[in-house]
Ligand binder design. Structure first.
Ligand SMILES: [Zn+2]
Length: 513
C-alpha cells in the first residue's frame, strides 16, 4: 500500500484547516471526498496533521499549496486519474480544492457580514479567500515583473504578467479538437461558478462570486484570476449582454465606488479597436490601486464650484475629470460630456470623424474612484476610425511599437498601468545579452521584432554596462508605453490639438462653463 499518497491528502487537509477554509468538524468528510477524487477506496485512518505543513501554510501559502497539489497531481497522472495536459491538470486540482471550499451561500453570507463591519474588511477577506482556494493561483503570480518609470505625464507603471500559463503544443492540439459546447457562453458568465472546466475552458470548480445590485440590475463581484493590481476585480452582469458605454454604465461605476470607496472601477470602451477584449458580456474592472492618471496634473479647469469641478488633465489620452461630492451631479456632468462626444462629435482639424450609425467611432474609456468624500469620474475620449494606412485604428498603438504590445489599450493600460505580454520577460533578457555583446542577434530570431528599437537604444546610449543595462531597458519600455498612450490620444498635445480639445469641452458643457 502506498501510504505516501495518504500523507499528501493529509497535507492538503492540514493546509485547508490552517487557512480557515475548512472547519475542524469537516476534516474527515473532506478527506473522504479527496480519496474519491483520487479514485482511492481505502485509507490508513491516521489523519496526520504535520505541524511543519501547518506552519508553512500560514507563512508561505502559495508555495506550500503548489507543492502539495503538485504531489497529488503527479500521483493522479501516474495512476491514470488525469491526463498529463496542463488545462486538464488545472481542472483536476481545482476539483480537489473545491472539496475544501465552502459553498457559495456560506461565502456570500460571510462577505456581507464582513461588509457590515467595513467594506475594506469584506473585500480583503474575500481576496485572501480567493487565493487560499487557489482560484487565484498565487504561485503563478509570483513570477510577474513590475516597475515604474518617469515621464512628462508623471510616473507610469509596467506589469509583465505571467499568470496566464503558456500552453504546450499538446494542450493546444487537444483544445483545437474539443467540440464547442456554448456553455458557459463566455469566461465572464455567472455559469462559471463551480464549472469544472475543459481542455479549452478554464477550471472554475473552486470559484465563488458575490452578487450585488447596480442600478437595480443583478451584478456579481469576483476577482480576476490574473491579478493585474491589488484586489483586481471584475464586476459582471448576470446576463450575457453586450457592453455599452452610456449613462447607465457611468452610473453603475459611481454606485460601485459608493459601496466600495477604497476601489476604483472602470470599463473598457465598448467598440472594437479601442481596448475592449470581451465586448459580448457587460463587465467592469477595478482594484485597490493608485493608478497614475489619479495623480495627473490639471490642464484647464472649466467648472470650479465648491461642490463640483470639471477639468481636462495633462494625460496622453484626452481626458476630462469630473469631481464632486454629489454622485448624481457628477453623473449628470459626465453623461453630458459622454453624449456630446458619442453622439457624432466631429472635428476635421483633429481628424475626428464620428463614423455612422452602423460604424460608430466615438466612445470613452471611463474610470471612477473616490477622493475623500468626492466622487471622481475620468472620461478618456476614444475614437476607433480605421484607414487603409491604419487598419487597426488611427488612434491605436502605432505599428512600430507592436514589438512591445500589439493588443488594444484597455481600462488598465489607459490610466497608466501597462499590462504587457509574458513573452517580453524572455525577450528582454535576450535583448539585454545582445546589447551587452554577450549574444549575437543572428542566433536569436525571436527578438528580430525589437531590432529597430535596439538600433535606437544603441544610438542613444552608445555603450551598455552590466550594472546599468536593466535600468535602461526598464526605462525605455516605459517611454514606449508613453508613446503608445499618446497614439491613442484623440486630441494631440500640440497647440492645435489642445485648442481642438478645448473647443470640444466648451461645446460639451454648453453654458455651464
Ligand atoms: Zn458571458
Amino acid at each position: 500500500m502506498n501510504t505516501g499518497i495518504y500523507r499528501h491528502i493529509d497535507n492538503l487537509v492540514t493546509y485547508a484547516l490552517a487557512r480557515n477554509l475548512l472547519p475542524g468538524e469537516e476534516a474527515i468528510y473532506a478527506t473522504n471526498l479527496l480519496l474519491d477524487q483520487l479514485h482511492l477506496d481505502s485509507y490508513d485512518g491516521l489523519f496526520f496533521r504535520d505541524p511543519e505543513i501547518r506552519r508553512l501554510s500560514i507563512e508561505d501559502p502559495g508555495q506550500t499549496l503548489k507543492q502539495i497539489l503538485g504531489n497529488l497531481v503527479s500521483y493522479a497522472v501516474s495512476n491514470g486519474v488525469v491526463e498529463d495536459i496542463l488545462p486538464l491538470k488545472d481542472v483536476f486540482d481545482a476539483k480537489l480544492m473545491n472539496t475544501l471550499t465552502p459553498r457559495p451561500k456560506t461565502v456570500i453570507d460571510r462577505f456581507w457580514a464582513d461588509y457590515k463591519k467595513s467594506p475594506e474588511k469584506a473585500t480583503l477577506e474575500y481576496f485572501e479567500f480567493s487565493q487560499d482556494t487557489d482560484y487565484i493561483r498565487r504561485y503563478r503570480l509570483s513570477q510577474d515583473l513590475y516597475w515604474e518609470g518617469r515621464t512628462k505625464y508623471g510616473n507610469l507603471q509596467i506589469l509583465i504578467s505571467l499568470s496566464k500559463p503558456e500552453l504546450d503544443p499538446k494542450a493546444i492540439a487537444a483544445a483545437g479538437k474539443a467540440k464547442a459546447t456554448g456553455y458557459p457562453k463566455c469566461a465572464l458568465c455567472m455559469e462559471n461558478e463551480g464549472y469544472a472546466g475543459r481542455v479549452d475552458f478554464a477550471a472554475r470548480s473552486n470559484h465563488r462570486i458575490i452578487p450585488l445590485k447596480l442600478c437595480s440590475e443583478d451584478f456579481s463581484l469576483q476577482f480576476s484570476p490574473y491579478r493585474y493590481c491589488h484586489q483586481h476585480c471584475i464586476v459582471l452582469n448576470h446576463r450575457h449582454i453586450p457592453m455599452i458605454i452610456n449613462e447607465s454604465a457611468l452610473d453603475k461605476l459611481l454606485q460601485f465606488v459608493e459601496m466600495f470607496p477604497h476601489y476604483f472601477l472602470g470599463s473598457n470602451a465598448d467598440l472594437p479597436y479601442v481596448g475592449g477584449s470581451v465586448l459580448s458580456h457587460e463587465h467592469f474592472q477595478g482594484g485597490v490601486h493608485r493608478l497614475p492618471i489619479m495623480d495627473a496634473k490639471v490642464m484647464k479647469t472649466y467648472i470650479s464650484r465648491p461642490e463640483l469641478e470639471v477639468s481636462t488633465l495633462f494625460w496622453p489620452l484626452s481626458t476630462i475629470r469630473v469631481k464632486g461630492k454629489d454622485r448624481r451631479e457628477v453623473l449628470a456632468q459626465a453623461s453630458r460630456i459622454l453624449r456630446a462626444w458619442r453622439d457624432g462629435y466631429a472635428d476635421p482639424d483633429s481628424s475626428i470623424d464620428p463614423g455612422s450609425a452602423d460604424d460608430q467611432h466615438n466612445t470613452v474609456t471611463p474610470l471612477a474612484c473616490r477622493e475623500g468624500s468626492d466622487f471622481v469620474m475620468f472620461l478618456m475620449l476614444r475614437n476607433n476610425k480605421r484607414t487603409e494606412e491604419r487598419p487597426v485604428g488611427m488612434f491605436h498603438t502605432h505599428q512600430d511599437r507592436f514589438h512591445i504590445k500589439k493588443e488594444g489599450i484597455g481600462i488598465i493600460d489607459a490610466p497608466g498601468l501597462a499590462i504587457l505580454p509574458s513573452r517580453l520577460k524572455k525577450e528582454l533578457a535576450v535583448v539585454k545579452e545582445v546589447l551587452l555583446g554577450k549574444e549575437s542577434m543572428a542566433d536569436h530570431p525571436e527578438i528580430s521584432k525589437h531590432s529597430d528599437w535596439m538600433a535606437h537604444l544603441i544610438e542613444k546610449h552608445k555603450i551598455f554596462h552590466a550594472d546599468t543595462v536593466d535600468a535602461i531597458l526598464r526605462d525605455e519600455v516605459v517611454q514606449v508605453f508613453m508613446l503608445m498612450l499618446e497614439d491613442c490620444g484623440v486630441f494631440k498635445h500640440t497647440p492645435s490639438g489642445e485648442e481642438s480639445f478645448d473647443r470640444f469641452v466648451r461645446f460639451a458643457l454648453g453654458d455651464n462653463t
